[in-house]
Design a protein around this ligand. Structure first.
Ligand code: MN
Length: 596
């Protein structure tokens, strides 16, 4: 028996029956993979075995470990999902099936695909996210699989190395981040970095050779001085430590800072862990009393947590001898969350109290995170409860090329456009989701393929501020109005509601119309009106044209304005008759359905 298999089997957490299951899965997979070899020349089974060992060390249950041993059988051997189910039951088959689906995905952007191929690719990408939401164990198997693949990446051809590393960087690192596994995210990125940007990587290595050590030494020397000042002021410190920035994230930051190391203040940051929120703010005050903060770099993520729940106070100060240093101040609970992500969250909701995080050596730190996370989890049911927390606030949508954008729940096409490019955001005229025209305030759904209809010139509207969910979009809209010449602005400032006419509705339609009142328009919700159906859909940003005063007893048409949605005219209106044909949209008043 292979030593690695022995190690799994000998794990005391598995009962006799479970050991038998794992062993059975091992021999089943080994036989299925038969003479297949890894690129390293080893027997293929070494790969699922490494991944399974990895999961067993995390404390995962025997079902998941067995599924991991079988994870490549349906993909790479003659076995089918049915065979797995027959031999191992529904749960293992379900997990293997989930991993198989993920394996079929070409994550990175592909060029030269025809429409059908591209549609297939996008649909697979969607499945990936659905599979993610199905069961978190599928993701954990996939992460273990990816981790071993990255460890053995050196045996691949150059082109494959690049592709796999790119997937790791673009798909798996963000997944780890979403799970709150900040350390694993950093590790995935740093493993991928040299393959994707070899020149940049070696440049960075030369640059940082001494910088990390110098900074670390400096922080270690400054620590007792700051500690003393805090303790003299009666602050109780739980822990002070230093955090070293990952290489890839450092490189990304350098790109945003003119490649100037002097503009990176958090190469090594100092962390102060305190018992409660009150002492966090007190500590910030005391530090600022002794050391001047750099303006604009004081960040209060306690009052305003990051989207993934991260909380901390950050400040950048002129520290001892005038050196610029970033200091992160947080409670033990916030620290636990920052390190362990969803694991910490789980621990809270289970026990209602936290336990301090032990700082392990960096290499196993994230394993410890996952271990804690998995400790109490045994059944699929509990896993699926968990997933609600991870994905509750985020949605994944696609560009027509299959690029994935990760947005907060409730985000609109305007957020999406700004997430792609500022200019695209400014010039958005309309949007399609899954090839259907949707209003600008449409709430994007997980898996939507979104296409932005773009005008020639930037024409943001103030109304967009009411429909965007991301701070990024809001900021860009505001700054456009701030930075644009005034005359150009004026014509866009007036809110839609100022021109909107409220039409008294026929009493028979009362209830129906209440239900479909558009959320977007700034009228109070209690004012009722009939919403026209435009291009077969409701919910468009629209206004009723002043020129012809369209009433519900007349036939109407829509005109797509540049910046304020659809303007609704009478079909007979002379303005609509002379309007540019490509911008005319079909419209009608809602037809009442019989009550059911
Ligand atoms: Mn695999």
């Amino acid at each position: 028996m292979l030593p690695l298999l022995e190690k799994i089997i000998e794990n005391p957490r598995y009962k006799k029956q479970e050991k038998t299951l794992i062993e059975k899965a091992y021999f089943f997979a080994k036989t299925a993979h038969g003479g297949q070899k890894r690129l390293s020349g080893e027997e293929y089974i070494t790969h699922p075995l490494h991944a399974a060992y990895f999961l067993s060390e995390l404390g995962l249950d025997a079902i998941t470990v067995a599924a991991c041993l079988l994870h490549d059988t349906v993909e790479d051997t003659r076995l089918t999902a049915k065979d797995i189910e027959k031999e191992f039951g529904k749960e293992i088959s379900f997990l293997v099936d989930g991993v198989t689906k993920l394996g079929k995905i070409e994550y990175s952007e592909k060029h030269g695909l025809d429409q059908k191929q591209n549609a297939n690719r996008i649909s697979s990408l969607k499945k990936m996210f659905f599979a993610m939401a199905d069961d978190i164990r599928v993701i954990l198997i996939k992460l273990a699989d990816r981790y071993h693949n990255m460890e053995t990446l050196k045996y691949h051809q150059r082109e494959d190395q690049k592709r796999i590393a790119k997937e790791t960087l673009e798909i798996f690192a963000p997944i780890a981040a979403r799970l709150g596994m900040g350390y694993l995210k950093g590790q995935f990125e740093d493993m991928a970095f040299p393959y994707i940007y070899p020149a940049e990587y070696s440049w960075l290595m030369k640059q940082v050779k001494t910088k990390y050590a110098d900074n670390l030494n400096y922080i270690e020397r400054a620590k007792p001085l700051i500690k003393r000042k805090l303790e003299d002021s009666g602050i109780e410190i739980i822990e002070m430590n230093s955090r070293v920035k990952h290489y890839y994230s450092l490189y990304q930051k350098l790109l945003r800072r003119d490649m100037d190391f002097n503009k990176i203040f958090d190469l090594v940051a100092m962390r102060i862990i305190l018992p409660d929120i009150k002492s966090c703010y007190e500590t910030l005050g005391i530090i600022h009393n002794f050391y001047k903060p750099l303006p604009g770099l004081i960040k209060d993520y306690i009052s305003l947590p990051k989207p993934n729940g991260y909380q901390s106070l950050h400040t950048t100060i002129f520290c001892e001898k005038g050196k610029i240093v970033e200091i992160q101040i947080r409670t033990a609970g916030m620290h636990d969350y920052a390190e362990n992500g969803i694991a910490a969250h789980w621990a809270y909701s289970e026990s209602g109290k936290k336990k301090p995080v032990k700082t392990d050596t960096k290499d196993i730190q994230w394993v410890t995170q996952l271990k804690n996370f998995l400790k109490e989890i045994k059944t699929g049911e509990e896993f699926s409860n968990l997933k609600i927390d991870f994905f509750k606030n985020r949605i994944f949508v696609f560009t027509p090329k299959g690029e994935v954008k990760d947005l907060p729940e409730g985000a609109t096409p305007v957020d999406f456009a700004y997430a792609i490019h500022t200019d695209l955001g400014h010039a958005i005229l309309g949007a399609k989701a899954n090839n259907k025209i949707v209003p600008l305030h449409y709430e994007l759904k997980n898996g939507d393929v979104v296409e932005i209809l773009k005008g020639k010139n930037p024409k943001p509207s103030f109304d967009w501020l009411k429909i965007v969910k991301t701070a990024e979009a809001r900021k860009k809209i505001k700054s456009w109005f701030r930075d644009s010449p005034a005359p150009q602005n004026l014509q866009y400032v007036a809110p839609v509601s100022a021109e909107k006419k409220i039409i008294p509705k026929p009493p028979a339609r009362k209830r129906k119309q209440q239900k479909t009142a558009p959320v977007l328009i700034s009228e109070p919700a209690c004012r009722e009106y009939i919403e026209p159906v435009i291009q077969g859909q409701r919910g468009f940003l629209y206004k009723l044209a002043k020129c012809c005063n369209p009433t519900p007893d007349k036939t109407i048409k829509g005109y797509m304005t540049l910046n304020r949605g659809v303007s609704v005219h009478l079909s007979s209106c002379s303005n609509i008759k002379s309007a540019q044909e490509t911008r005319i949209l079909s419209a009608h008043w809602p037809i009442e359905k019989s009550e059911k």
